[in-house]
Design a protein around this ligand. Structure first.
Ligand code: C2O
Ligand code: CU
Length: 447
């Protein structure tokens, strides 16, 4: 018998059940991932036909520790090709689900993804082909990678925020290839929190300190949240913990992004904490913010042992005063035959020239939105920091892989291109990416 190494169990993450780990080695998480058709209850008592991973939408939570190996056996039981992209993980490009590198997994076929988790943080997974339909129909799930010396909380929760467009009988509405759904991306008519139209509910002790991990997996909904009745601050972004937590009135999460919050239940016993999503809607012919409660927590007495999380020291990559520049102009036009076409630097899709950069050399990435709709810009395989918006300091600290870019806004990002390989970058609104706003950056390995 080899010596049993003592490995602390991972903290339980409430909200979504984890995968069954088939590997007894505590440093290897090995799972079966079935992409198939099934029915789920998005609305209580109603069955919705979906595409799902392992029978649930969102798919099971993939939870492991930084440095662990993950082995995923994907079985495609759909009648169309698919791949899995591990959004935010800085792994090898061969495992990234990029259909320009790996041929998609055909119906009835399987593929094994294997990688080592390089960074702690909150991430997610989804297909990288036919994303307009596959993600909307239910193929998406969250990933939690714990720190080596993870801070301790009274509870950890995963909160996957999504929206979906349902018909009157609670089926996924049909997809249109033109018009508003392409120009702005497909907006849902039902908000989903961990795959349900109902708010999350729980009771919590006064004084409890929790870690919430929020993910926006929607097609095209920029989310704006507030938490009423509890104190909270941002402790982590896409790329993991921050050097310094910060506070805001609202938490804005654009498509693809993640934020971890430290939430302190400092209200009186008997009081309620509400998580409110502020949704833009047309009311009386005017665009207004309408509050939707997506979480409801009752304080039911005192937490016997309030946690005092001990955050590891984090330093972000240095910000140079000068660096090479890459300019990406996000645009689009109306083609009489093809309809709306989206572009980067005037070209569309495969016509866009790849950007080639050497590994480890810092670059300023100037991304300018040259058209009306917002774009949640996403770069695979690397993290970046958001430096400025229209020349003004962005005050959005932390490592990110996704960023909101408003109409006609110019955002300056800093990336060090640490991870060699072929990396897609694109708008995370699938209707934009699949209609042209998607290309690659090739990071050539350092000697
Ligand atoms: Cu979340 Cu290229 O994707
Ligand atoms: Cu876009």
């Amino acid at each position: 018998m080899p010596d049993e190494e003592l490995v602390e169990p991972l903290a339980e993450v409430k909200g979504i059940a984890t995968f069954e780990d088939l590997n007894p080695d505590p440093h290897i998480t090995e799972i079966n991932l079935f992409a198939h058709y099934t029915e789920v209850e998005l609305e209580p008592g109603e069955k919705t036909a979906v595409m799902a991973y392992n029978g649930v939408a969102p798919g099971p939570l993939l939870q492991a520790r930084v440095g662990d190996t993950v082995v995923v056996h994907l079985y495609n039981q759909l009648s169309e090709p698919t791949t899995v992209h591990w959004h935010g993980l800085r792994i090898s490009d061969q495992m990234d689900g990029n259909p320009r590198i790996m041929s998609p997994v055909e119906p009835g076929e399987s593929f094994t993804y294997e990688f080592v988790l390089p960074d702690a943080g909150t991430y997610w997974y989804h297909p990288h082909v036919s994303t307009i339909e596959q993600v909307e129909r239910g193929l998406y799930g969250a990933i939690v990678v714990s720190e080596e010396d993870a801070p301790e909380f009274n509870s950890e929760r995963i909160v996957v925020l999504d929206d979906v467009r349902l018909t009157n009988d609670f089926q996924i509405a049909s997809f249109s290839q033109a018009g508003h759904d392409i120009v702005h991306g497909r907006a849902g008519n039902a908000l989903l929190t961990n795959g349900s139209t109902q708010p999350l509910k729980d009771s919590v002790g006064r004084g409890a300190v929790e870690r919430w991990r929020l993910v926006n997996t929607s097609q095209a909904r920029h989310m704006s949240l507030s938490i009423e009745g509890a104190a909270w601050r941002v402790i982590a972004t896409d790329g993991g913990l921050l050097p310094q937590p910060y506070t805001r009135e609202r938490l804005d999460i654009t498509v693809g992004q993640r934020f971890d919050l430290e939430v302190t239940f400092d209200g009186e016993p008997g009081s309620t904490v509400e998580v409110i999503q502020h949704v833009l809607a047309v009311v009386d012919d005017e665009v207004q913010e309408v509050p939707f409660v997506v979480g409801e927590y009752t304080i039911d007495g005192d937490e016997p042992e309030p946690a005092t999380p001990n955050y590891p020291q984090i330093t972000l990559p240095e910000i140079p005063t000068q660096a090479e520049e890459i300019v990406s102009l996000l645009g689009g036009y109306n083609d009489p035959e093809k309809g709306v076409v989206f572009t980067i630097n005037g070209e569309s899709g495969m016509d866009i020239e790849d950007v080639v950069v050497p590994q480890g050399v810092p670059h300023f990435l100037r991304v300018k939105n040259d058209i009306g709709p917002f774009h949640p810009f996403h770069l695979h395989g690397q993290f970046f920091q958001i430096l400025t918006r229209d020349g003004v300091d962005a005050l959005e600290p932390g490592l990110k892989d996704s960023v909101f870019i408003g109409a006609f806004e110019e955002v300056t990002l800093l990336t060090h291109f640490d991870n060699p390989g072929e990396w897609m970058y694109h708008c995370h609104i699938p209707a934009h990416a699949e209609n042209g706003m998607m290309s690659q950056m090739i990071v050539t390995p350092a000697e």
